[in-house]
Design a protein around this ligand. Sequence first.
Ligand SMILES: [Ca+2]
Ligand SMILES: [Ca+2]
Ligand SMILES: [Ca+2]
Ligand SMILES: [Ca+2]
Length: 466
Amino acid sequence: MKSRAFSLTLGICLTTGVIGARSQARAGEPDTVGPDVITADLYQLHHWGANTPGTIHAYSVGTISCNVGDTPLSWHNYDNQRPVIGQNMFRLRDGRCEQIGQSWLKWGFLALNENFCGTCIIPPGGGSQLGVNCSDPYSATLNGSQGGLGPKSVVNPFTGDLPANHATPGSGTITGRLQVHTTDLDPNQNAGALYFVEGHYVSPDDAAAGNLYNNASYRQVWITGGYGITFTNPQGGSSSTVRNKPAIEVWKAVDPTVGLKLLDVPGDGRLYVACKATAGGLGGWHYELAIQNLNCDRAVGSITVLLPSGATASNLGFHDVDYHSGEPYSGTDWPGTITAAGPHWETSAYATDPNANALRWGTIYNFRFDSSAAPTFVTEAELTLFKPGSPTSVLATLDQGVWLLGDLNCDGLVDFDDINPFVEVVSDPAGWQAAHPNCPLLNGDTNGDGMVDFDDINNFVALLSG
Ligand SMILES: [Ca+2]
Ligand SMILES: [Ca+2]
Ligand SMILES: [Ca+2]
Ligand SMILES: [Ca+2]
């Protein structure tokens, strides 16, 4: 279903992958040990309107959760043993995957124990638990009802620690809700953009059982006239929820040149690091990095992309998403500088400002630059963790997607199967590209002079022989 919706939009054929297969194949059987909440469906949308100048619109997303574990999940309305739910919006445009909105969190208060994911086993705690195989819906308006919203900043996404009682954001059309700048939605300023919403449950006993990595799901949306929002594709059909995957995964799903790696911080949660290299940046190549912090509480305070010696770096850029409605965090963009190691961005240190604009859970931040270094040589980034602890930093491997020197059939290997495509790319590049539409031509530029020709033969043979 998802692939069909994307195909209608993009006119390309996508792999169907494992999406949805997990729950379907195992319907009626618990997937995991312990309580395990997932965002089973994003099923409803609501547009609340805009602020008075019309610069920010507010939305909510209706969510259905399921417990796919083998133990009831706590859903108390009187203490901290309950889930909270985040809602986010993202945009793919011009080779970028950016977050354009986030909400305060919905505090769960009562599990209805319905049968969306299979035959619900009514739990002993009734509505104060989500039973095995049971589902619970929160409508879009309920997920935007301000009395039930609390800040993101008081929740530890890795442990699920959260306060029993929470502040509320106050009243008004957009307060506390999923806020998106009108400029990020205006069709005249966003030609070709694709939009996605994400829901993310955080729960203490799901986290304690180690089942916290499947809690986010995303779904494509379309912006309608008057800045409404819909799951219905104006060209026909509708999107479906992509279960158990954070929104950053859609970037790779629609663009096969994107590389994506996940990175588990020791003693803390998970980061996703996505990278897209494009030939033709100011310095020879453009690099576009998107990092999604799924549930890493210590957050990321700086990034350095490690470049080979002699490589240039220029044209540094950054993109974040606004906090709002009284969340304590700074929104100051990370300044970019060029260090001996490579392009570097950092927010203020924790010791200086614990509320600095770190890359915290439930957000994607972007880092972009141009460089003379080809993708094969841009393979690592150092991420410094924002909050004190050990380790102080982690090394992220950059998956460069289909960029691999000498891989002329884009199967991820450089071997004898690449000989015929190599002959073709140097003799008939147009014919080769037609036969390998998602394979970068410059995989054939083995001597790094920016051209693919017979001068690349010697290095190609050397790559073949290891
Ligand atoms: Ca889970
Ligand atoms: Ca900012
Ligand atoms: Ca190959
Ligand atoms: Ca060359």
